[in-house]
Design a protein around this ligand. Structure first.
Ligand code: CTP
Ligand code: MG
Length: 447
């Protein structure tokens, strides 16, 4: 799934909403927002502008209290989203600036936003307005809101909501169900034990050797190709960058995709899978860093296999939270404030890491030393930056030991914290920088 790529659904039956997100109800007065909120969400999950108007002025209809009410409403939304709690804003949300201000809070906490527009027929709205005893609204005020609503509906699809649901038919409003979808990387129920495997980069022979050494039974197809690997009690976790530079990216994909499909492995997205996905979707991508070779290797495979690879790369999560939250796996590592969060910023960090924008004497990006400042509870295991050896840093470990550059392919056995590795068969791709120089040294300016 791609962060913050909105999809508009008109007349849906099931509203899928990220379990940790900001939900904006949108609709004119009398559209049924408060009724909808009360039906589908817990009272503490709903923050209502009317409620805070009453809190600050003793009168929920006092429009002069609107600014004060929203000051408090924003503060409540901010504190709830900081905790990663689902928060539903029951206000008309008809104006762009109102939605922008709320979405900005969600973005600050790296959580997605969802819009639910309630759009009953105009005659229903007018009739409800006439019948309501708790609120008096002039016909002119309703007309103004209906105009604002039309502007909002025209814009919602481009505003950066993860999903936009438009409910028009009153019968639909009464029958839809809400399904809260947990962050897909949140698999803390999986307790392992795990074997967390570093960047493979198309080194199929070394991967087969490492899996064998870890005690996995390789599964082969009728052509003798490895299509899976099973261990009676352990699960493999790949830190991403399965492909590029090495001799057999399709072979590595075939093996790992099989393991993932059989429940023998998990895999997070690496920056190389991200570029491969974009290339396979026909997007314009630089075919550097070994991507050209991967695309050539894949071109020799049947279309069905390429389709599997496309789907596999598109579905990879940015990071996994495992073992009751005690273990986090992300390709380029992840600071604690991003664990379990779901935004473009989090995905970019997890896949690409954070760089200063400068390059070192080898022309490689200088990286910010997030691991040096890491004080989080969870153990973070990652790859991305090859080094000659592994070294624990504040409860984080990089398991990329540059196999494709002639180093080793390494696994961390978790929770045992044992290192198992196999040497590269050869230098498959010449390194830009000698493997013995850890990049942290360059970024930190000290050893
Ligand atoms: N109503 C209804 N059938 C629905 C939803 C609402 O008859 N499916 C009625 C409610 O009983 C209420 C009126 O319509 O009398 C307004 O509904 P409400 O949920 O309060 O609308 P809101 O959008 O919250 O209106 P406001 O912006 O004024 O708070
Ligand atoms: Mg209401």
């Amino acid at each position: 799934m791609n962060a913050d790529q909105g999809k508009t659904t008109d007349t849906p039956r099931v509203l899928e909403i990220p379990a940790a997100s900001l939900v904006l109800l949108i609709g004119v007065s009398g559209a049924g927002k408060s009724t909808f909120a009360a039906r589908h969400f817990r009272p503490t999950q709903v923050v209502s502008s009317d409620h805070y108007r009453a809190v600050v002025s003793d009168d929920e209809n006092d429009q002069s209290a609107t600014d004060d009410a929203f000051t408090i409403l924003h503060a409540v939304v901010d504190r709830r989203l900081q905790r990663g709690l689902l928060t539903v804003v029951d206000a008309t949300n008809l104006h762009t600036h109102a939605r922008v201000a709320l979405r900005r809070i969600a973005r600050r906490h790296n959580l997605p936003s969802v819009a639910i527009a309630l759009v009953p027929p105009v005659d229903v709205i007018r009739q409800r307005a006439r019948e309501r005893s708790d609120r008096a609204l002039s016909a002119k005020a309703i007309d103004r809101q209906l105009t604002d609503l039309q502007h909002a509906l025209d814009r919602l699809g481009q505003e950066g909501f993860r999903a936009v649901y438009v409910l028009r038919d009153p019968a639909t409003v009464d029958t839809v169900t809400v399904r809260l979808v947990p962050f897909p990387g949140y698999r803390s129920e999986l307790r392992g034990p795990f074997d967390i495997i570093g960047d493979v980069h198309g080194c199929r022979l070394e991967l087969e050797a490492l899996l064998h050494q870890l005690g996995y039974q390789l599964v082969r197809d009728e052509h003798g190709r490895a299509v899976g690997a099973h261990h009676v009690e352990r699960t493999a976790v790949f830190v991403g960058d399965l492909v590029d530079r090495g001799p057999d990216s399709p072979g590595v994909l075939r093996l790992v995709m099989g393991m993932v499909a059989d429940g023998d492995a998990l895999c997070v997205a690496g920056n190389h899978e991200d570029r491969l996905r974009r290339a396979l979707q026909g997007r314009r991508v630089q075919v550097s860093h070994g991507l050209r070779e991967t695309l050539q290797q894949l071109a020799a495979e049947p279309e069905a296999f390429q389709a599997r690879v496309r789907a596999f790369c598109a579905d990879l999560v940015s990071h996994y939270i495992l073992d009751g939250g005690k273990l986090v796996v992300a390709h380029a590592g992840l600071p604690e404030k991003y664990h379990g969060r779901d935004s473009k910023r989090v995905r970019a960090f997890a896949l690409y890491g954070e760089t200063t924008g400068e390059v070192d004497e080898y022309g490689l990006p200088v990286r910010l030393p997030w691991a040096r400042n890491y004080r989080g509870q969870a153990t973070v295991v990652y790859g991305h930056v090859p080094a000659a050896d592994v070294e624990w840093r504040n409860n984080t470990l990089c398991v990329d030991t540059g196999c494709v550059f002639g180093g080793r392919l390494t696994a961390l056995r978790y929770p045992e914290r044992e290192i198992v590795s196999v040497p590269a068969e050869r230098v498959w791709f010449p390194p830009t920088r000698p493997l013995s120089t850890p990049r942290w040294t360059v970024a930190d300016g000290r050893a």
